[in-house]
Design a protein around this ligand. Sequence first.
Ligand SMILES: [Zn+2]
Length: 98
Amino acid sequence: MTDSYEENRTKGQLLPVYCSKCYRDTQHRVISSYESNGSSEDDGEDWGSSSQIIQCQGCLEVSFRRVNSYSGWWQQVSENECDPGDQIILYGYATIFL
Ligand SMILES: [Zn+2]
């Protein structure tokens, strides 16, 4: 089992993401990111995650996005189309009362 880490592999990418301030999908730029990747020699599966600080290019609101991927989630949808089954978690605009 190996895990490796890499900084800013997706930095600068533009992604359509729902903005809770604009109330619609807008272009978001990845400001900074941190990626991890691992694989298992036992079953040949591999996995990765990308944690990204993203900024809406409309209202400039900053939020956090995380993408988890796992080779076991991959699915063939049609003959030449596949769904990687990525799990996408958005953290934005949540208010925490302490
Ligand atoms: Zn926005």
